[in-house]
Design a protein around this ligand. Structure first.
Ligand code: PGA
Length: 247
């Protein structure tokens, strides 16, 4: 079963998040959706959205979390708090956090550990910039981002989101061949971590694609056999558009 994750970023507040999640919960009740659907609202909307999703098949996620378990970390939100608020998934290492908040591999590793310890499922984002793609180093970049996972040990469930930075919010997409090639590369890299014993996956990691996904291109992307799902930004904020993606 594929997984479709909506990343609402910092776009809508509590009232709009309630409206959108309640409309999507009704849609999910009335229609067969052949995917696990996860909504990731802003921190302030998580509890309200959680209430709207009671009894729904739609799951809840967060867009980030603290690397720390608890303590004097003003402004941070821990993975355990997100679990208490109803989240089962947490996006970690989104390129917007890597660039605007200078999140590095070590910090991302600690966030992944925090999410796993809290019993939640991390969605680790990886992807190259336009310059890195044109200079041909994109496999090296993604491999180095995946090294945040090494030495974590036992991971029950994880999702890797391949999101080329140049495709996020730009209307540009890699070709189907480029998506397949990178997803295959990620899958074989994870297998090699496993083979050297630095990491143990209880369930096969799912690898999803993100970056300018919309209702016109989603079906073709989902058809690529190496793609297990989608991470959708802008198009997940528009009810009709997102329903078309789920249909
Ligand atoms: P986009 O964002 O779908 O608006 O390109 C995707 C993401 O950043 O997760």
């Amino acid at each position: 079963m594929s997984i479709i994750i909506a990343n609402w970023k910092m776009n809508i507040g509590i009232a709009d998040s309630i409206r959108l999640s309640s409309a999507l919960a009704s849609y999910a009740k009335d229609h067969f959706i052949d995917s696990t659907v996860v909504l990731c609202p802003s921190f302030t909307s998580i509890v309200a959205v959680s209430n709207e999703l009671i009894g729904s098949s739609i799951k809840l996620g967060a867009q980030d979390c603290s690397a720390y378990e608890k303590g004097a970390y003003t402004g941070d939100v821990s993975a355990a708090m997100l679990g208490e608020a109803g989240c089962s998934y947490v996006i970690i290492g989104h390129s917007e956090r890597r660039s605007w908040h200078e999140e590095d591999l070590e910090l991302i590793r600690h966030k992944l550990i925090a999410v796993i310890k809290a019993g939640l499922i991390p969605v680790l984002c990886v992807g190259e910039t336009a310059e890195q793609r044109s200079s041909g180093v994109y496999f090296d970049v993604v491999l180095s981002q995946l090294t945040s996972l090494e030495v974590i040990g036992d991971i029950d469930e994880i999702i890797i989101a391949y999101e080329p930075v140049w495709a996020i919010g730009t209307g540009k997409n890699p070709t189907e061949g480029e998506i397949k090639e990178m997803h295959d590369f990620i899958r074989s890299s994870l297998r090699s971590f496993k083979d050297v014993g630095s990491i143990l996956f209880e369930k096969d990691p799912k690898i999803v694609y993100g970056g300018s996904v919309n209702s016109s291109n989603c079906k073709d992307i989902l058809k690529i056999d190496a793609v297990d799902g989608l991470l959708v930004g802008g198009a997940s904020l528009v009810y009709e558009e997102f329903c078309k993606i789920l249909s």
